[in-house]
Write a protein that binds this ligand. Structure first.
Ligand code: PRP
Ligand code: URA
Length: 220
């Protein structure tokens, strides 16, 4: 089963809402889930998201010869990729990407939300030199106001990455965050596991899962 575009946003792909995915997401949303399980179940969802994101890369037809001396007409990926994680929580998704794309190059953008205002601040970025010629899998588990993703995408655009080459991979997003990113960057593809209801007064996603970075890295 593969993702279909959301009715309202053709550039947003929601993972198939299978019972398996719902059970995994329930585990990571539960505030009583201990850190070891939070990491384990998050990693499983991340793997599903990365696999789905790869469906959005261009392919070309190719023919191989099988061990039975038969021709097989199949597909091969065209173009090179890299990952870019929005630190710190996005780093939790790097391993999932490495598991399916061995040797993948990974850039970093350090953006932190101010705890009082929820406004993002860009501290640092380091990207592969040839990023302008790559498809970029942008990694961040949470899309709340969209401010952090907006900053990170601008770093990529300044490095001459075309919008059409960016696939943003995310676990949970708010409708406000999607609106913000889609209206500013209509050509970017977003792959997400679940779209939530909204945000609270501190700009945490509702019902959400709390602070992903703190729960994943154990800094609660
Ligand atoms: C979290 C999350 C996103 C951002 C989402 O990071 O990982 O980067 O908030 O919120 P936004 O859409 O309103 O910008 P945070 O800045 O809390 O840092 P962390 O990764 O260290 O947890
Ligand atoms: N960052 C998180 O980790 N969780 C939220 O709900 C919002 C921003």
């Amino acid at each position: 089963m593969s993702s279909t575009p959301c009715e309202k946003y053709p550039s947003v792909y929601l993972l198939p809402q299978t019972n398996q995915l719902k059970a995994l997401m329930t585990m990571i949303r539960d505030r009583n889930t201990i850190r070891r399980d939070f990491v384990f179940y998050s990693d499983r969802v991340i793997r599903l998201l990365v696999e789905e994101a790869l469906n959005h890369l261009p392919v070309v037809e190719t023919t191989v010869i099988t061990p039975t001396d038969s021709e097989f007409k199949g597909l091969a990926f065209r173009g090179q990729i890299c990952g870019v994680s929005i630190m710190r929580a996005g780093e939790s998704m790097e391993q999932g990407l490495r598991h399916v794309c061995t040797g993948v190059r990974i850039g970093k953008v350090l953006i932190q939300r101010d705890e009082a205002t929820a406004l993002p601040k860009l501290y640092y970025s380091k990207l592969p030199d040839d990023i302008a010629h790559r498809y970029v899998l942008l990694l961040d588990p949470m899309l709340a106001t969209g401010g952090s993703a907006y900053e990170a995408i601008n770093v990529l655009l300044k490095a001459n990455v075309p919008q059409k080459h960016i696939i943003f991979i995310n676990l949970v997003c708010s409708p406000e965050g999607i609106d913000y990113i889609v209206s500013n960057f209509p050509d970017i593809i977003i792959v997400t596991a679940e779209i939530d209801i909204g945000m609270d007064s501190r700009k945490y996603i509702l019902p959400g899962l709390g602070d992903f970075g703190d729960r994943y890295f154990g800094t609660l």
